[in-house]
Design a protein around this ligand. Structure first.
Ligand code: AMP
Ligand code: MG
Length: 400
């Protein structure tokens, strides 16, 4: 059996980069991966500006509380003031450029207006309530690097330097199909011995969340010829072939011989639970990942293995899931031979720290556990857990 880390090493070493890129309007770039560095060609903010509604002053003019100054100009956001006359104040609004000569802004709440004059009720230090030119971004510096996964805040940052479009890698195409004569699509009646095909929908959602295009090859008839035909079509149309089921040891299934006849296949037994069997191979040069069949195993092995593989293909640097440490609110007294990924939820302790509790039924077919849970507690091989111990936790929020 391989450890989870050994599987990571093998998978990430062979994941092929997809380097084709496209230029997209900024508004369409969320959840894409940058293909080129973005360099700022201006300072942000472009000028010293006011952080408050109030009065721009020369701080040296105000030596005591209660100083009275004439208001010599008015500067709303979007307009430029003129050099501030010594011994006067400029009425100024949030975001407006601080006029030359002024070095501080006194917020309105610390003043009293008095006709054409204003009384300043504090002694402002130099720089008070002034946002300095270039304090966010300075011209000439890269603000985003190639390989950066774009979220709403990156789009905002790019817009702040006036960039209207970005060069991003094209979306990955992932071909999926299901095999298994027991499977029926939702919406059809269930015959004797049949179950509904749930993995198909779990996988659709997981792939869509990652920004992949799904090439849906449906349900493939359980013959060697049909399986080979589906794999050949998948290899021609996609960057990755992803299937579920039919990779258990001793499985009478056509997936294994079909992949082997068109390329190569390794069947891995991974020391993890849920999970264990995982197939990796290639079909006509296109990588193939065969997830196990059990619905919880599909969900877990996708997040743990298929997702980092796809992220590596996309050029994202931190491809692997990163666990956080939380307190165990449960006992796990029996050391296991496989690393456990327990469906868990966080609750808050008295002082607000996170305590993990477990779903009572951890079977690999129990999909309700994945719906109840907010993440996975990791229990390494041979370890036990007692209430109050620290455990590793993978929040679904980081993975979906
Ligand atoms: P297998 O690896 O094909 O032996 O499948 C292991 C278990 O997962 C069996 O109970 C299958 O019925 C079930 N299974 C396989 N594929 C699916 C699917 N697409 N949806 C729901 N359950 C599945
Ligand atoms: Mg099967």
């Amino acid at each position: 059996m391989l450890t989870v880390d050994e599987v990571y090493e093998r998978l990430l070493a062979v994941a092929p980069r997809v380097l084709e890129s496209e230029i997209l309007p900024l508004a369409q770039c969320d959840n894409r991966v940058l293909a080129e560095d973005v360099i700022a060609d201006l300072d942000v903010p472009p000028h010293d500006n006011s952080a408050m509604d109030g009065y721009a002053v020369r701080s040296a003019d105000i030596t005591a509380c209660g100083t009275r100054l004439r208001v010599s100009q008015r500067i709303p956001a979007g307009s430029m003031g003129t050099e501030l006359e010594p011994g006067t104040a400029a009425r100024i609004f949030t975001g407006a450029p601080v006029p030359p000569g002024a070095d501080a802004v006194v917020m309105q709440e610390d003043t009293a207006a008095d006709g054409d004059y204003v009384v300043i009720n504090i002694v402002p230090p130099p720089g008070e309530s002034v946002r300095k030119r270039g304090e966010d971004i300075s011209a000439g510096k890269p603000i985003l690097r190639a390989g950066h996964h774009l979220r709403p805040q990156e789009l905002g940052l790019a817009a702040s330097i006036g960039v209207a479009e970005l060069t991003v890698f094209r979306r990955l195409r992932v071909a999926t199909f299901s095999t298994g004569d027991e499977l029926v699509l939702p919406g059809k009646p269930l015959g004797p011995g049949q179950i509904y095909n749930s993995n198909r929908y779990t996988m659709f959602g997981l792939l869509a969340r990652m920004g992949c295009e799904v090439v849906d090859l449906g349900v493939v008839e359980d013959t060697l010829e049909a399986t080979k035909a589906a794999l050949t079509e998948a290899a021609a149309k996609a960057d990755l072939i992803l299937t579920s089921g039919g990779v258990s040891v001793g499985e009478e299934d056509h997936l294994k011989p079909a992949v082997e006849s068109l390329g190569s296949l390794d069947l891995w037994r991974i020391a993890m639970k849920p999970g264990k069997p995982l197939a990796y191979g290639s079909v006509n040069g296109t990588p193939f990942i065969g997830l196990p069949g059990n619905p919880v195993s599909v969900f877990a092995t996708f997040l743990l293995f298929a997702r980092p593989f796809l992220r590596t293909m996309m050029g994202i640097e931190r491809a692997l899931p990163e666990a956080i440490r939380v307190e165990a609110g449960f006992d796990w007294p029996k050391p296991g031979k496989r690393q456990e990924y327990l469906r868990a939820r966080l609750r808050r302790g008295g002082d607000g720290h996170a305590i993990a509790t477990l779903y009572p039924h951890q079977g690999s077919g129990v999909l309700t556990s994945t719906v109840w849970a907010d993440g996975l507690v990791i229990v390494p091989i041979g370890e036990t857990v007692a209430i109050g111990d620290r455990v590793q936790y993978l929040p679904f929020g980081d993975l979906l």
